[in-house]
Ligand binder design. Structure first.
Ligand SMILES: C[S@@+](CC[C@H](N)C(=O)[O-])C[C@H]1O[C@@H](n2cnc3c(N)ncnc32)[C@H](O)[C@@H]1O
Ligand code: SF4
Ligand code: SF4
Length: 462
């Protein structure tokens, strides 16, 4: 496949799935600040009983391990790899690479190992360890380095996923240098999605700095091409029509730019788009994933559309589930109503990942927060010259044109004015007074307040 741009497959509505997403473990050894795992109430690990499953249905299939939790946490991960090898499955997996010793995972030597995704956010120990709580920079770099050395000539594609937020955005170029020097094939930039109502997301969502982010991605592409680097850079941004046109000669896969045209080894890179994006009888979206992709979790539950349960492998055979009533009735429901498809995070962030439009706030937030600004509810974008925002039950008013909102900026008194109140209606008075002062006095009494009640009494006194 050297140098070939891989088009979407437009897969046939096959009798069997083409891609199996397998989540052998629930839980993780790390607590990354942007990850749902860190905010889960129930953290007790759960593991798939791999000896209770008949794995024959994986014969010659593509299997992708661990998209939501840490797959190597499974105590019999190596044995599971052995079972997949028995079925001649083509394997890819995503890992934090913390417990990634090849002595522990020696069955990988006999695998059809297609793609390994290492997640590493940033390039410096300081930024990396701040985001990836409980991880160790040196140890993980050394694990990745050893792994690449061992598998360099095996045809495996090595990808580093860099989840970008405001905190680590400045390390995009240093990350290119780091991973180029270690022989990584692709460095993928993923814009952080705000998944929780937590300060970290409010302060670090890329939405308010989306122009800078896009600029940084273009600088990165130019840097890679100008320096004739071997590594490819991927991002949904690079799939924008104007970028595609601008860098037309440098694409090595959809959304991936490189100076090295002979880079792509893998056919299944970006496999959810490749297998899930396409014509479908479910006409609400270009999504054929219920016919091509299936997910299996740590309790042996089987899902289509990533989260709709259609059976359990401890109780039924895979064949019975795939051809069973549950799946059939789910597909009919999807055909009858567009509701699920219209609010589907899995489609937006995985199947359609190459078409993310960064001008859309919804592409920075999980569905449950759509119509919010990261984790901040935007009550009014322009209200008497102010933005009104809600966060953690408090209401804020900040003059328009003062840049992005963050609690850190409030604490640093970084805005000319910021009103804070317990009720939205309490913001009215200070806003009125502020506007009156500007209009009548032409100059503001210096105010910086955290309470609208305090401000009104302050102004009355003056
Ligand atoms: C949830 S992890 C599971 C696999 C493994 N534990 C790891 O870290 O690679 C899968 C990927 O999701 C990314 N991720 C986590 N939180 C995210 C967020 N809020 N927005 C976008 N990607 C996120 C991680 O950086 C990682 O690359
Ligand atoms: S290592 Fe992966 S699963 Fe674990 S907390 Fe970090 S992103 Fe989440
Ligand atoms: S719900 Fe999502 S995954 Fe399922 S068919 Fe609709 S868009 Fe595709």
């Amino acid at each position: 496949m050297n140098g070939t741009i891989l088009p979407p497959l437009n897969p046939p509505l096959s009798k069997e799935p083409l891609l199996i997403d397998l989540e052998p473990a629930y839980g993780c050894n790390l607590r990354c600040r942007m990850c749902h795992v860190t905010y889960m109430k129930d953290r007790k690990p759960k593991f798939l009983d791999i000896d209770r499953v008949d794995w024959q249905f994986l014969q010659d299939k593509d299997v992708s391990l661990g998209s939501m939790f840490e797959p190597t946490l499974h105590p019999s991960f190596n044995k599971l790899i052995g079972y997949l090898n028995d079925q001649n499955a083509r394997i890819s997996f995503v890992t934090n690479a913390f417990n990634f010793s090849l002595e522990r995972l020696d069955n990988l030597y006999n695998s059809k190992l297609d793609v390994v995704y290492f997640s590493f956010d940033g390039a410096s120990p300081e930024k990396y360890e701040y985001i990836r709580q409980r991880s160790q920079y040196k140890r993980v770099i050394s694990n990745i380095q050893n792994f690449i050395k061992q598998f360099k000539n095996s045809g495996t594609t090595f990808i580093v996923n860099f989840t970008v937020c405001q905190y680590n955005m400045e390390e995009i170029i240093p990350a290119i240098d780091l991973w180029e020097s270690l022989g990584v094939d692709i460095l993928g930039f993923i814009a952080m999605v705000s998944r929780e109502k937590h300060q970290f997301f409010a302060e670090n969502t890329l939405f308010p700095v989306r122009n800078e982010y896009e600029q940084a991605l273009e600088t990165a592409a130019n840097y890679t091409i100008k320096n004739n680097l071997n590594i490819a850079l991927s991002s949904a941004y690079y799939s924008k029509p104007e970028i595609k046109e601008k860098y037309a000669d440098s694409f090595v896969a959809p959304g991936a730019i490189s100076a090295n045209k002979n880079l792509m080894k893998s056919e299944t890179y970006s496999s959810h788009s490749r297998y899930g994006y396409g014509e479908s009888p479910i006409a609400h979206k270009s999504c054929c994933s219920p016919f091509t992709i299936v997910r299996i979790d740590y309790d042996a539950n089987v899902y289509i559309c990533q989260h709709i349960k259609v059976g359990n492998l401890y109780e039924q055979s895979f064949c019975d589930i795939w051809n069973g009533e549950e799946r059939e009735s789910t597909i009919s429901q999807l055909m009858d109503s567009s509701e699920q498809c219209n609010t589907c995070d899995y489609f937006r962030f995985c199947v359609d990942a190459n078409h993310v439009d960064y001008e859309e706030i919804s592409n920075f937030t999980a569905e449950k927060f759509v119509s919010t600004n990261g984790t901040i509810d935007v009550i009014a974008e322009s209200y008497k010259g102010f933005n009104l925002l809600e966060m953690d039950g408090k209401f804020y008013a900040i003059p328009l044109g003062e840049g992005h909102f963050s609690l850190e900026r409030i604490e640093n008194k970084d805005y000319s004015v910021c009103f804070k109140a317990n009720r939205q209606t309490d913001l009215d008075l200070p806003i009125e007074v502020y506007n009156f002062q500007r209009k009548v006095i032409g100059k503001l009494i210096q105010i910086y307040t955290v309470s609208s009640r305090k401000i009104s009494s302050l102004l009355t006194k003056k």
